[in-house]
Design a protein around this ligand. Sequence first.
Ligand SMILES: Cc1ncc(COP(=O)(O)O)c(C=O)c1O
Length: 359
Amino acid sequence: MAFPKPRNINVERYVGGLSKFKRIDNSIKLSANESALGPSPKAIKAFKRDKNKILKYPESDSNSLRDVIAKKFNIQSNRIICGAGSDQIFDLVCKSFLQKGDEVVVTEFGFIMHKIYASIHGAKVLIAKENKYKASISEILKKITYKTKIVFIANPNNPTGTYLSKKEMLTLRKKLRSNILLVVDDAYFEFMKKNDFTSGLDLFKNKPNVLITRTFSKIYGLAGLRLGWGYSSKKIIDSMYQIKPPFNVNRVALAVSIEAIKDNKWTKRAIKHNTLWAKKIFSVLKKNNVESNQPTANFFLMNFKKAKINSDEVFSKLANKRLILRKMTQYKIPNSLRLTIGDKKANEHFIKSIESILK
Ligand SMILES: Cc1ncc(COP(=O)(O)O)c(C=O)c1O
């Protein structure tokens, strides 16, 4: 019998962070870089208020949210596009720009969804080597050919936690041909405290050939609602609107995110919490001979090459203490685990556990 045949898409599937262990109750999930404090109470109030309105379609183009974003960041609302997670923004940009024969450059340990979407949309993905888990501009430039359409970079990057300075980002844009689109993924910029860092939006909001992406999944604690946005020149954003599914952001996500983004007090609190715990955890790791990135985001990539046991053993021992971390198998980063900074209780439990495991 002839059978319907899907398109042959040669792409690896994304493996998300584990949520729970089968045989362990009350596990603590520190595997997906979710928010430690959760959403603003004002956002939760909006959630409860709007849950009864779900029989109605949402706005098709997220106009009310775009206005709030535009006001907050002093940018133009008609150059913003919202999506079901910044994931959908990567999907849309790849869909509107790529065809077979095009090339996309990503970095060796760059956020994996960038290369997954580029492959789904038929491009050849070229991988630029990193230097000590940090993106290298010279390696990126080596991979550029006349077929290059897009270069992706998350800054700071997940899972490595490394970043390119303002100067390096400006150099990168300057050295790329003007008809190559640079996508700068700002997912974790709120957590950054480094003086030589500037967010993609602040650096490039007036550049016509840069797309900046942002998310509500991290600092705003709304990963489960799926909401992100992109900002670029009108022409690029319009090309993405042309293919955007209608109603791609749901009604509850819109209502909740508007309150979340307006609550500066809660955002400051979340940043303060992260800065405090990032500093504490970083020093505990150092003391215990675990190499990691500097505090740059809400997670640490920990390398156990100087420890007495390897990352798989650490993973199991932490699991026995109910802690779920992220294995780096899919990223092919050896002897490493990624830890998301959690709430006070989770962080204290992690510190106590890792100290006893590595002593
Ligand atoms: C660098 C980076 N970009 C984007 C995302 C995805 O965000 P969203 O939940 O908005 O799709 C993540 C999520 O882990 C991330 O680490």
